[in-house]
Design a protein around this ligand. Structure first.
Ligand code: GCV
Length: 655
């Protein structure tokens, strides 16, 4: 069946729910027409064609025959919308030429952002202001930023949003808040987006005084079924629930001696009649095992095959927690009978918040080098949005949102290709010829930026050297009386007179045993373990010779120094690109790079001086003398919460 939706600019015919007129587009198909009318110089035909063998749901075909008039074909309105944005990208790149014929299907049906937005307007680990949902205004008034957000998601194919923090308030599900959620769902629907909610497992107790949240209690199951009915009566295309259970103090089925699978399945049963799903997070680390990195696998792998078909288990990319570099979580591939989603973190909780340039696509494609994208069911990213300028606080953070969406659509895209798209659309002054040398150096800066952060924060497999609480600056010495050991950096770096690193080899915690055989052997042997993971898997003597011929101590010093030098180099690259870069963006990134250069030195000086106390070795030649002594660095304490990135003036006052 064929429906021709649009031939002239912005004129949309009645199919796929489209409409015609001046009001805001009410469907993805109508939105597609508007996007093209606003952004594409020629008339475009939008063709809704069902039953196509080559175009999957959300996929599209773009063809430009000899008469030069582009056609976007898709089986549904969302596909038309994604095709419209793809045509705009082609136009920017100059590839929308006669003869073009592109079919593009998404790798995953579910490409979602997880917002950690709280009902009081704060955003956990959010560094871009307050929640863009503006809960207080809802449901009567919708912030215009929601439309901006929707279009930026649609532009990269993101089709679902979990609106609230996984540390969920039970009030999220009360009648008043569900009206607010309905308002957001209505506002996002024309952008092809489906709304989900994080739920607190003990909500029936908190909202309706049930005596228990035991998943095997018929009263509890009945409560969730009625709640699901209520939600779907308001939001017929509601996606489902995201659940953080029995993790970091959140309630869950284990409180009643039930497994994660029992808990997930009870919710899944409530959602199933409506076509909804449960996404159950595997981010757990009870202190039961001496190695936190093993916990998720120990708790979840034995449950493989026990989850209902509409449950997806969502696993963070690494086994600990979004560190600048982690090996992939061994839970991937270890639950072949359970649909899995990967959870990336777009917000830079551990990579300098929104103050540091850290292009994360190289980190995410590194994950896909180990985990076959085809083994996953969905991709989720913890959002970096807020109500600030750019919605991400800083334009460079916008790149990570963009890259996340593009990789969730096609995990085989290269970071360089994505960076090129973004630079063309957002960085360079439109219409101005940009010399290849400038383009190449800005691209190179973006591609090197995450590795630079690894170098000046935690090279060679070090991890979690962060300050307690806000995760911004270094505190490898951190000691908080009474705190869980696995919340303290010393648990992770284990520096002593002999060496440094966490022994997860077969002689240590044996976390290596959770990996498939070939990788287990590779990681287990200190001689074959990739050096980028060396101190993740091994406790290594300071004097050990590295591949470079340097000792471990010298190598560590070289890495920290290289990280600082890289950031200084970024500032030079950016200054050279100035004539070609949009002025507002130029200034914002230049300011970030100045902050980053100071922070990088702070990290280098703090970590090297602290570890020198264990290695007992001097700084090698070429490593600059620290700008501050260790005692004064130890006294730095930034008064920031989990909801903010330190401003420049605050940083300068406290360090
Ligand atoms: C939402 C880390 C973060 C927490 C976050 C948690 C999670 O521990 O620091 O802020 O809580 O991960 O992913 O659940």
């Amino acid at each position: 069946m064929r429906h021709i939706l649009c031939i002239a600019l912005a004129l949309v015919c009645a199919a796929c729910g489209a409409h015609r007129g001046d009001s805001a587009p009410a469907t993805p198909a109508a939105m597609a027409a508007k996007v093209l009318a606003d952004g594409y110089p020629q008339p475009v035909e939008l063709l809704c064609e069902a039953d196509s063998a080559i175009i999957a749901s959300d996929g599209f075909r773009i063809s430009i025959p000899a008469d030069g008039r582009a056609t976007v074909t898709a089986p549904d309105g969302r596909g038309l919308l994604y095709g419209a944005y793809a045509l705009l990208r082609m136009h920017t790149a100059g590839t929308d030429t006669v003869g073009a014929d592109v079919v593009d299907n998404p790798a995953y049906a579910l490409r979602m952002l997880n917002h950690w937005d709280n009902l009081d307007g704060t955003v956990e680990r959010g560094y871009a202001g307050r929640s863009i949902w503006q809960w207080d205004l809802l449901p009567d008034s919708i912030s215009p930023q929601i439309a901006e957000y929707g279009s930026r998601c649609a532009a990269v194919g993101i089709n679902a949003a979990v609106l609230n923090n996984v540390n969920a308030s039970p009030r999220m599900l009360d009648a008043a808040h569900l009206q607010k959620v309905k308002a957001v769902a209505d506002a996002l629907r024309p952008y092809g987006m489906q709304v989900w909610l994080s739920v607190n497992f003990a909500t029936p107790m908190a909202l309706d005084s049930l005596p228990t949240a035991d998943p095997l209690s018929p009263a509890v199951a009945g409560w969730w079924q009625r709640k699901a009915d209520e939600i779907y009566s308001l939001i017929p295309d509601f996606g489902g629930f995201l659940v953080k259970a029995n993790s970091e103090g959140q309630p869950g089925p284990c409180d009643y001696g039930r497994s994660h699978a029992r808990g997930a399945n009870m919710l899944a049963e409530a959602l199933a009649p409506h076509g909804g799903k449960v996404i159950w997070r595997a981010f757990v680390y009870s202190p039961a095992d001496a190695d936190r990195a093993k916990q998720a696998y120990l708790e979840f792998q034995p449950l493989d095959g026990q989850f209902a078909p509409n449950v997806i288990v969502q696993v963070k990319n690494g086994p600990i927690d979004f560190q600048p570099r982690e090996p992939y979580s061994p839970l991937f591939g270890a639950m072949p009978s359970t649909p899995q989603a990967v959870e990336f973190q777009v917000t830079q909780e551990y990579l300098g918040h929104s103050n540091h340039l850290a292009y994360l696509a190289p980190m995410w494609t590194e994950f896909f080098d180990y985990v076959d994208p085809a083994s996953l069911t969905a991709v989720a990213g913890v959002a970096n949005t807020g109500d600030s300028h750019y919605l991400t606080g800083t334009p460079a953070a916008d790149l990570n949102w963009y890259a996340f969406g593009r990789l969730a659509w096609n995990p085989r895209l290269t970071p360089a290709a994505i960076a090129d798209e973004w630079m063309d659309a957002h960085v360079f002054v439109p219409g101005k010829a940009v010399p290849d040398s400038v383009r190449t150096s800005v691209r190179g800066m973006l591609l090197a930026s995450r590795e630079a952060v690894v170098d000046y924060m935690m090279p060679l497999g070090l991890h979690h050297l962060f300050a307690f609480g806000h995760h911004y600056g270094p505190e490898p010495w951190c000691d908080v009386p009474g705190a869980r050991p696995d919340w303290l950096p010393r648990y992770y770096h284990r520096a002593d007179r002999v060496g440094i690193g966490f022994d997860r080899s077969s002689a240590g915690s044996n976390a290596v045993a959770q990996y498939p055989d070939s990788l287990r052997r590779l990681f287990d042997n200190v001689d074959t373990c990739p050096e980028q993971f060396l101190l993740w898997f091994h406790h290594v003597p300071w004097t050990r010779r590295m591949h470079s011929g340097r000792t471990l101590w010298q190598e560590l010093c070289a890495a920290y120094t290289r990280g600082v030098d890289s950031v200084d180099g970024f500032a030079r690259t950016w200054a050279a690109a100035r004539p070609y870069v949009r002025p507002e963006l130029y200034d914002a990134v230049a300011a970030d790079l100045r902050t980053q250069a100071r922070d990088a030195r702070w990290w280098r000086d703090a970590c090297l001086q602290y570890f020198a106390g264990f290695s007992g070795m001097p700084l090698p030649a070429g490593v600059p003398e620290p700008g501050h002594d260790l005692d004064s660095l130890r006294r730095i304490s930034l008064p920031i919460t989990n909801f903010e990135s330190p401003s420049d003036s605050l940083l300068n006052k406290f360090r």
